[in-house]
Design a protein around this ligand. Structure first.
Ligand SMILES: Cc1cc2nc3c(=O)[nH]c(=O)nc-3n(C[C@H](O)[C@H](O)[C@H](O)COP(=O)(O)OP(=O)(O)OC[C@H]3O[C@@H](n4cnc5c(N)ncnc54)[C@H](O)[C@@H]3O)c2cc1C
Length: 459
């Protein structure tokens, strides 16, 4: 049965993790959903199953512990009736403290729920043109088909879409040793707190350089390796380990150049310097400037922790390099995941610059609820940045970073606590979690009128 006869209607493009979550949330609010998916007629290079919500790589949805940011994100999504979380719980397999799933059953569960929902009509077709008659959620993922990617790029004025992730690691500022690292901008220009600098002696540099050359890189996906566009990344954004192979001093004249950054302890320039640039307004996250990398996560931890000042650093996000279609979202999207210049057009999933399965579902939930609210003529919902769901939405739409790169759930993006918590990181994270889940409960009992009375009572 087509839903075109119903009044409030939205469309969702892409039945991946974000698209299925968006469609589900809108449908349970009583809005008719037209869901478009190009499978099984056409597959991206990473998709192989005809089912919806296909997990293209790992079968793990990562930590289930709420003292971990992605664990908290899962708890928030579960509280909000997420279909992805319901499917994950129903199909989970033993994986210690992580939530891993049987990927076939997981996709089958979601496919069945979507296909059997009377409010959702599925169209098996590739979308190549966007129309704005009804609110629409574009959730076509990191491997969006070429024609649609071109249309989206056109909508953004031609420069709003990235095709690669070339991200440097982001670390927790609180774990940088500031007895060694010092605040300073090159030649004293700009705000000194924008940069933390880690000085290296010749011996430290040589040891770091030797290990960097030996470090193991991640396996390049076949479709990344064969991509015609790959040289673009290497010209503009060369991985640090590739640059290092050009010669022992190349890094000292590139991302590790010490000029204009005298160490206040000696008054002299060091042999080499690693600069960390502030990633958010609060100064809780810093990225390693010029350290985009394809090393495995374990090797990033091992080798980058050799840098003086970073010996005990915690990584919020590791460096990655792979094919990824995503928007230059800050300033272009709102925290509702709608486009500022075309407010009936919403984006969700990896496309928006969130990174990860659960993060994609999270943006799908926000975009789906808000697209449905718009179709119903109701005020949209701004998820507060004290929740992980809201922190992600605010980060991708408002990040001040000049080099915006996809972001996963972490406590560096969540609004800081008003006071320091005693008892270390886990105690602090539990306070974050408690505050976030309270805010979600308040939303559910207030603004989020999308639940039926029985669903609300069950909470
Ligand atoms: C190779 C690869 C491996 C990854 N591995 C992991 C991992 O292990 N863990 C992790 O947490 N994250 C991983 N990610 C990142 C991310 O979490 C996943 O890509 C996730 O599936 C993104 O969800 P999504 O809903 O945005 O997109 P997808 O799940 O990819 O869904 C997009 C859907 O849109 C459809 N589509 C595309 N274009 C069109 C069109 N024009 N018309 C209609 N339909 C269309 C696609 O067929 C697909 O079904 C990986 C990404 C890639 C590219």
């Amino acid at each position: 049965m087509s839903n075109t006869d119903q009044k409030a209607r939205i469309c969702v493009i892409g039945a991946g993790l974000a698209g299925c979550e968006a469609a589900w949330q809108a449908a349970r609010m009583g809005v008719a959903v037209e869901l478009y998916e190009m499978k099984p007629h056409r597959y991206t290079p990473a998709h192989h199953s005809p089912q919806f919500a296909e997990l293209v790589c790992s079968n793990s949805l990562r930590s289930a512990d709420t003292s971990n940011a992605v664990g908290l994100l899962k708890a928030e999504l579960s509280a909000l009736g997420s279909l992805v979380m319901e499917a994950a719980r129903a199909t989970k397999v033993p994986a210690g403290s992580a939530l891993a799933v049987d990927r076939e059953k997981f996709s089958a569960y979601i496919t069945d729920k979507i296909l059997s929902h009377p409010g959702i009509t599925v169209h098996e077709e590739e979308v190549t043109v966007l129309s704005f008659d009804v609110p629409c959620v574009v959730a076509t993922g990191p491997l969006t088909s070429d024609d649609l990617a071109e249309k989206i790029e056109g909508l953004t004025g031609g420069e709003g879409l990235h095709f690669y992730d070339a991200a440097a690691p982001i670390v927790d500022a609180a774990t940088v040793n500031t007895k060694i690292a010092y605040f300073a901008s090159r030649y004293g220009k700009g705000d000194a707190t924008d940069y933390l600098n880690c000085p290296l002696t010749k011996e430290e540099y040589d040891a770091f350089y030797t290990e960097l050359l030996k470090a193991e890189t991640a396996v390049l996906k076949e479709f990344d390796a064969s991509s015609q566009a790959e040289p673009t990344v290497f010209e503009g954004c060369m991985p640090i380990e590739v640059m290092a192979r050009r010669g022992v001093d190349t890094l000292r004249y590139g991302p590790m150049k010490p000029v204009g950054l005298p160490d206040p302890k000696t008054g002299k320039e060091a042999y080499a310097v690693v600069q960390l640039r502030r990633e958010n307004r609060e100064g809780t996250m810093y990225n390693l400037v010029g350290f985009q990398t394809h090393l495995t996560f374990g090797e990033q931890r091992r080798v980058f922790r050799m840098i003086p000042g970073l010996q005990e650093v915690e990584f919020f996000r590791y460096g990655v390099m792979h094919r990824n279609t995503y928007l230059r979202s800050p300033g272009m999207l709102t925290p509702y995941y709608s486009m500022k210049s075309q407010n009936s057009l919403f984006f969700a999933g990896q496309m928006t610059g969130v990174e990860g399965y659960v993060e994609s579902a999270s943006s799908g939930l926000v975009a789906g609820i808000n697209a449905a609210k718009m179709a119903l003529g109701e005020p949209l919902i701004d998820f507060p940045p004290i929740t992980e769901i809201g922190a992600l939405a605010h980060y991708v739409s408002e990040s001040p970073s000049p080099n915006f790169q996809p972001m996963n759930a972490n406590f560096g993006i969540i609004a800081p606590l008003p006071a320091k918590v005693k008892g270390g990181k886990s105690a602090r994270n539990l306070v974050y979690a408690e505050r976030a889940l309270t805010a979600i409960a308040e939303l559910l009992h207030g603004e989020l009128g999308c639940l039926s009375a029985s669903e609300r009572e069950a909470l």
